[in-house]
Design a protein around this ligand. Sequence first.
Ligand code: NAP
Length: 275
Amino acid sequence: MIIDQHTDLYGVVGYPIGHSLSPVMHNTAFQVSGLNAVYLAFETIDIDDCLRGMKALGIKGLSVTLPFKSRVIPLLDDVDNQAKRIGAVNTIVNDNGRLKGYNTDAVGILKSLEEELIDLSRRKCLLIGAGGAARAIGLTLKEKGTEVTVANRSIEGGEKLARFLGCPFVPLRDIEKTKADLIVQATPVGMYPHTEQCLIPEYLLKEAMVVMDIIYNPPETRLVKTARKRGCRTITGLTMFVYQGAEQFRLWTDINPPISAMKRAVKEALNIRDE
Ligand code: NAP
């Protein structure tokens, strides 16, 4: 593709941003779809100036990552209702100078679970973590009728999310007292380079459980490997990452995302070979 005067510009803003896989995923999607567009990583500590620049330069769309997902909300012209409820924006669409925020993590988690044909209205979920991602996941699951219990390291953070979701809270050390057939791990524990870490003891993982870890680097965390060994159905954060990115692509371009190509690009970047 030749970059010329018609090339549309997209990107991701956050700090730090060095390990982001979004550029490789979205540039592949643009190429495969034949779009004259590029996607860059913008490491920044100044989100206010960033959004002014987005308008001034006509940047068509941005992904928003840590630490700006909540901070960006008052700076936007409009925020989608789901993103408002979640309290976090991970996608901005520039509609002729009007910036609108969305949260595609909810779609990412739903599609990942639905791909496994999981009937969420019949599940009891132990949700580990109470940060931004856990909040999006908890809200999405509650809306689908899942019984959710929040477990978290800090009591204060966990109770706050549980109050917001209208569900019980258990401290991390008491998770074995919770009855669950779906576990969603939504903390950074087990992420590269601390890949030996895992918050859930092996004996809690039982056959017929569905276990999802939203970490995507490594794509198979210690939790996912152990759960598979114990006979659980497992879902990786890589699947969620690609689906949330695919939804961003749809919001920006209004065309169907090339999901397989996006997934392949991310796997290649992570050096994963297809079995
Ligand atoms: P966050 O807002 O910083 O939340 C962090 C959560 O993890 C908090 O509940 C925190 O507990 C807990 N935590 C952190 N370190 C811990 C430790 N050592 N032991 C126990 N609990 C710990 O982060 P986030 O935005 O929710 O993201 C969480 C993870 O999900 C990140 O690794 C991120 O990369 C990943 N993620 C993946 C996707 C995807 O598409 N696959 C999407 C979004 C996020 P306290 O309250 O006690 O601090």
